[in-house]
Structure formats: C-alpha cells, structure tokens
Design a protein around this ligand. Structure first.
Ligand code: HAM
Length: 424
C-alpha cells in the first residue's frame, strides 16, 4: 500500500474540525488587529531562502526541500513564511503605500526536511504576521501580544513568553568578537556543527541542541551585556509596552533563534506545562531590520512571528481544552421509500439554502436504523417524509432531543426552524 510521506499527516474527523475552527478564529482575530491577509507561493527561487533565512542557519544548510524544475530553475519549498512575504512586500512595492506601517498576516504549509518526531513534521502549518515600516518598539510589543492573546482566547493557561535582544549591527559585532574570544580555547570540546558555526556565525553556537547543557555554553558571554545605548533603550521600551498590556514575560538570554535575520527583539512562546515534550516552542519571532534590504528592497525595518498549528492543537489537547462541538447537524430528513426521494431532496436543498445544516438518508435504511443514524450525526430535528406528507405538505417534525413531535405545514417550516434553531 502506498503510504503518506514521512513527516506528513492527513487531516480528517475531529482534527479537521479543530483546524477549521482555528482558521476561522485567526481571520476574526486579525481583523481586530487590522492586519492584511497575504498569500505567497509555496515554492520560491532557492536564492530567496539562502539570502533571506541565512546561509548558516540549520534550515538552509540541512533542511530545505530543493529541486530543479523542468525549466532548470533552482526552486525550494518554503521552509518558513517571512522570506516570501518580504519578497512580496518588495515586489509589490508595498513600501510606497501612503498608509504605513504595512501589517500583514499569513497562514499555510511550510516544509522542512527535519527528523520527524512528536511536534516536528516535514510538512506543517504556520500562522504568522510580518509588519514593515516602523522601528517603534511598540510594534515589537504588539507582535508579541498576538500569539499570547490568541492562546489565551483559546483557553491555554500554561504558556511562557521568553524575550531577548540581539541588538543592532554594532552590538552584535561586539558580541561576536566576545564570543570568538570565549569559544576559541574550547572549540574542540564542542560538537562538529558548532565548530562550523564558530567559523561562520558564532552566535549560532548558543542555539546548539547537542551541547545545550555543556557548562561551556552556560558560562558564555550574554548578548544583553553587549547591547549599545540605542539597543538597550529599544529593548527597555519593548518591556515597558508589554507591561502596559499586562503581558507576562521573562528575559531569557539563551533565546538566539535559529534564523539569521534577527536584530533587536527576539522571542519564543513556550508551552510551560510539565511533560509537554521537547518541541514545546509554540510560536516565535522577532525584529529584522536588515532583511528587506538584504533581499534587494529599500532599507525597511520589519518585525514578525509565526506559530505552528500542530503544536497549538497538541497544547490544547494537553490542557484538555475542547474547541469543537461534537456535531452540529440541525435537521436529518428520512424518506420512507425511494418514492419520496425527489420531495426529500428538494426539501433538503431548500433548508440548506435557508441556512440550516442538513443531511438525509442516502442508503434507504429502515426507520430504526435511520433513527440511529440521526443520533450518530447529532441531529437536532428529524423530518420523516412519506406518501401522506407529499400529498398534504404537512410535515411531522420530531425534536430529536425531547422526542416531541409537531405537525407543521411546509410553508411555515423555515419560520419554525428560524425560531427554534439558534445560529451563532
Ligand atoms: P521558527 O521558530 O522556525 O520561526 O518557526 C515558528 C514556529 O513554527 C515554531 O515555534 C513551531 O511552532 C513551528 N514549527 C517550526 N518548525 C516546525 C516543524 N518542523 N514541525 C512543526 N512545527 C514547526 C519562523 O519560521 C520565523 N519565520 C518566524 C518569524 C516570522 N520571525 C519573524 N517573522
């Protein structure tokens, strides 16, 4: 039997309902924040991600799905959303709009050739935002607030916000020098990847998963001590604004992030509940003031984040939060025989077009198994259509919960259901 590719999953049943519920909620939420929906292609030229995500990031060095298309172009399935949205911002000249900043949001599948495990897939879905055109720390705080409020709206309790600052180019350069000086005598005690990182981007050593508990790592210089005046001021303001919104956070110097484009604020929101597992970062992001220019656009500051839908659903399950109703069928129609099919399908169609969730028996079941089926579907009402109903247009409506029956003329049916079935 042909099976799904490693690291992917099928959506159906309850999981599908959860996904649809979350997608709806995202739209409502993003309208409240006044963000604009954008969608970019799932594949882009490989160069975009090399320049965007960074040559030294794990994502680009080990995890992209690259291929050469039939026109000999190097293309890559997007491993994340930021680079594509930045490309789109530049290509569509959004920097020239009268209304600034440009606040965008997106949702869709991403692809990383990672070792699959719980909470880590090769195809996964991200919801994210990218904001362009302001250096104001107010925007860093707003962006951090979005996943926090989204998780809280859903009822998650055990979340923790970690923030850090990587500073501007000057601060980073000073820090880079300090790291080189510090790691040089110890480099042979670190893993192979770290040796590479030492050459290319020493900051990324701090992100190593293999050596995370090594005391050499623990005692490394901290970025926060190398921030210059402007960077420190920016970071202080972010914290002040988060406090003004009553958002709890901790400053965690270990957050350096796995992508190369960050400047100033970086953050991760984690599921802090005991036993959640190692993939507990639900969402993450930060500021990237040099990314737009490095992809070829006019120097424009940016800030954003993305969160994984799969990890979110795991976190909801973990905290036993149910976001979907079991079933939501209003009316189930039972034709007594195939002679009533035309009348039944006409009624079904009319009810659906009047806003009700309806279904009918397609299998010519007997009455008893139809009642069972209506229970399985969780139907609120049943309508049985027989010869007499067709002749008189007077229908018997059975309330499937109270089991009460009522006779109602077909013409009054919509009015009856409008009164008795509430639609949120
Ligand atoms: P990221 O930390 O690579 O950042 O991914 C963000 C979130 O996507 C993670 O916290 C996690 O929930 C989810 N995620 C990542 N990889 C996987 C995977 N293999 N399986 C399941 N879920 C995964 C970014 O992607 C940046 N573009 C975020 C950003 C936007 N920064 C600024 N703007």
């Amino acid at each position: 039997m042909i099976q799904k590719p490693k690291g992917t999953y099928d959506v159906f049943g309850e999981y599908g309902k959860k996904i649809l519920y979350l997608e709806d909620l995202l739209q409502v939420l993003m309208e409240k924040y006044n963000y604009e929906f954008v969608r970019t292609p799932i594949f882009e030229s490989s160069e975009l991600f090399h320049r965007g995500v960074g040559e030294t990031s794990d994502i680009v060095t080990k995890e992209t799905y690259d291929f050469i298309d039939r026109g000999e172009r190097n293309v890559t399935l997007r491993p994340e959303g930021t680079a594509g949205v930045v490309r789109s911002f530049i290509e569509n000249k959004m920097y020239g709009r009268a209304s600034q900043p440009v606040k965008t949001w997106y949702y869709g599948p991403m692809y990383r050739y990672e070792r699959p495990q719980s909470g880590r897939f090769r195809e996964f879905y991200q919801f994210g935002v990218e904001v362009f055109g302001t250096e104001n720390p107010l925007m860093d705080a707003e962006v951090i607030s979005i996943p926090v409020r989204f998780y809280q709206l859903l009822g998650l309790k055990n979340i923790k916000v970690n923030i850090n600052s990587l500073g501007d180019s000057e601060s980073r350069e000073n820090y880079r020098k300090a790291l080189i000086e510090y790691f040089e005598p110890h480099i042979n005690e670190l893993c192979e990847d770290c040796k590479n990182r030492f050459e290319k981007n020493p900051l990324r050593i701090l992100d190593c998963k293999i050596d995370a508990k090594n005391p050499i790592m623990e005692n490394a210089p901290k970025m926060i001590d190398y921030l210059n005046e402007t960077s420190r001021e920016h970071f202080n303001k972010v914290q002040e604004y988060l406090k003004a919104m009553n958002i709890d956070f901790v400053v965690n110097p270990k957050i350096v992030r796995g992508l190369d484009y960050y400047t100033h604020t970086v953050f991760e929101v984690e599921a802090s509940v005991e036993g959640f597992g190692s993939q507990n970062v639900l969402g993450a992001g930060g500021r990237y003031n040099n990314l737009v220019s490095s992809i070829g656009g006019p120097a424009t500051p940016g800030v954003g984040f993305a969160l994984g839908l799969e990890r979110l659903i795991t976190a909801l399950d973990f905290e036993k939060i149910n976001i979907v109703e079991e079933n939501n069928l209003d009316i189930y129609i039972i034709p007594m025989s195939i002679n009533e099919t035309n009348y039944s399908i006409n009624l079904l169609d009319t009810l659906r077009m009047n806003g009700f969730n309806c279904d009918m028996d397609y299998l010519n079941r007997n009455l008893k198994s139809n009642f069972k089926q209506s229970e399985r579907l969780g139907a609120k009402y049943i309508i049985i259509i027989g010869e007499e109903e067709i002749n008189t247009d007077v229908l018997t409506i059975k309330n499937n919960i109270t089991k009460e029956e009522q006779k109602i003329h077909k013409e009054d049916l919509i009015e009856f259901f409008d009164k008795n079935i509430s639609h949120e």
